[in-house]
Write a protein that binds this ligand. Structure first.
Ligand code: CO8
Length: 381
């Protein structure tokens, strides 16, 4: 779907959120990183002195909060991340007959969304899992969750980095509009911590783990009080190398270290900031106008949660002096960047005060580049 009005009325009838039990503050994270860096620098003092390798710079909690707005992040496992000798989470391997971690996270959010929508597994025709990373190639995580819930129908995984959730919601809308399904369960389990290089000062603070889920259905079957009609969807991608992860099964055949340089998340954050802000603001403005609204009139902006300064810039461009944290709520202060899940967390947590007829936009922007948006209106029921 891009420019046209949806051929049938489709709603988001419930959302769910699973938050990991552990949180790490900037101070805790910086303390672990700085102990790692100091030890590294001491151990390599001669090579650093000789100019053979670079010293590890120290991190700062004040910098992180000022540059990104992040104060803490939730993670599935804390200890390994905070151990200067490990610097990665500890996630023990599970047997094939156990639910995998990503499916377990997604299942918890899915159950929450089903309850909110008043739906049972038997009401669901399709399951879509969208995430920035998938724990394995096959069988699909979506099919594992489908099996665990006992859903009859079909399921698949998809990946568009930070836009995996909005693009998955759009695929749900398309599936319903085509008549292939009446009700679709969209799940976004973002298991971000294993892809973070906690030994990299410039990116060790960015991500957190979380799972969200949404029930998307035809308005005809919806029984939920808190339903949101999807007025339109819009997707845009433009190739960029400024956010990249080269982690791949092909490393084995290329005879390179699968966890070596550039294999985990890396970005040119400044360039991303500069290039994505105007793209996202223009995208949202165009989309809102297509659905017959004006950006300044929208009650709420559930924006991607990567950087508070980016969101403030985009919000000011769209709402002018009317921009406020109430209208563009922030979750990245406590959740950090949760990949594709951020805008859905914001939608889940910050909509109860809105009235029937109020409109808002759910919008993601990030790696690819990719931008995805859904303009929604609280249904009059
Ligand atoms: N502590 C202290 N100083 C630091 C630190 C630190 N931790 N990090 C960097 N610095 C220093 C730098 O070295 C630099 O020093 P100098 O001026 O001497 O060179 C100075 O601080 C400024 O550095 P930057 O220019 O890099 O700082 P910025 O102000 O640009 O802030 C940010 C860095 C916060 C990264 C910022 O650029 C940003 O957030 N940009 C937007 C990026 C963005 O939105 N990216 C999206 C990424 S996520 C995504 O798309 C999906 C990926 C999928 C994975 C998801 C898994 C769930």
């Amino acid at each position: 779907m891009s420019d046209n009005k949806l051929p049938r009325s489709v709603v988001i009838s419930g959302t769910g959120l699973w938050t990991p039990p552990h949180s790490i503050s900037n101070e805790e994270l910086v303390d672990a990183y700085n102990r790692f860096a100091e030890r590294f620098n001491a151990e390599h003092a001669d090579a650093i002195e000789a100019g053979e390798i670079a010293a590890r710079p120290l991190s700062s909690a004040e910098f992180i909060e000022k540059a990104s707005g992040i104060k803490s992040r939730f993670v599935v496992s804390r200890e390994g991340i905070l151990d200067p000798e490990r610097m990665r989470p500890y996630l023990p391997e599970r047997a094939d007959d156990e639910l995998c971690l990503q499916a377990e996270m997604g299942l918890a959010a899915a159950r929450d969304a089903l309850a909110a929508a008043g739906k049972k597994p038997g009401d669901i025709d399709a399951v879509i899992v969208g995430a920035s990373y998938l724990q394995r190639a096959y069988p699909a995580i979506a099919i594992e969750i489908q099996g665990a819930l006992g859903i009859d129908g079909f399921a698949f995984d998809m990946e568009v980095a930070c836009s995996s959730a909005t693009f998955a919601l759009q695929r749900a809308v398309d599936t319903i509009c085509s008549g292939a399904a009446k009700t679709v369960l969209v799940i976004n389990p973002e298991l971000a911590s294993p892809q973070v290089d906690y030994t990299d000062r410039d990116s060790h603070f960015i991500f957190g783990d979380v799972a969200v889920a949404s029930v998307v259905e035809s308005a005809e079957t919806c029984t939920a009080d808190d339903a949101w009609e999807i007025l339109g969807t819009r997707a845009k991608t433009v190739f960029s190398n400024n956010i990249r992860s080269n982690f791949s099964y092909t490393s084995r055949a290329a005879d390179v270290d699968p966890f070596g340089d550039g294999k985990l998340f890396r970005q040119n954050g400044r360039k991303v900031f500069k290039e994505v802000c105007p793209m996202a603001a223009a995208h949202i403005e165009k989309h809102v106008r297509e659905t017959g609204g004006a950006p300044a009139e929208l009650a709420r902006y559930w924006l991607h949660q990567a950087n508070i300064n980016m969101n403030n810039l985009i919000a000011r461009k769209l709402m002018g002096d009317g921009a406020s944290e109430e209208r563009a709520p922030v979750v990245l202060d406590r959740y950090a960047n949760t990949g594709c899940a951020g805008s859905v967390i914001a939608f889940h947590l910050y909509r109860d005060d809105l009235q029937p007829g109020d409109r808002g936009v759910i919008c993601s922007f990030g790696a690819g580049y990719s931008i995805g948006s859904l303009v929604v209106e609280k249904a009059r029921r």
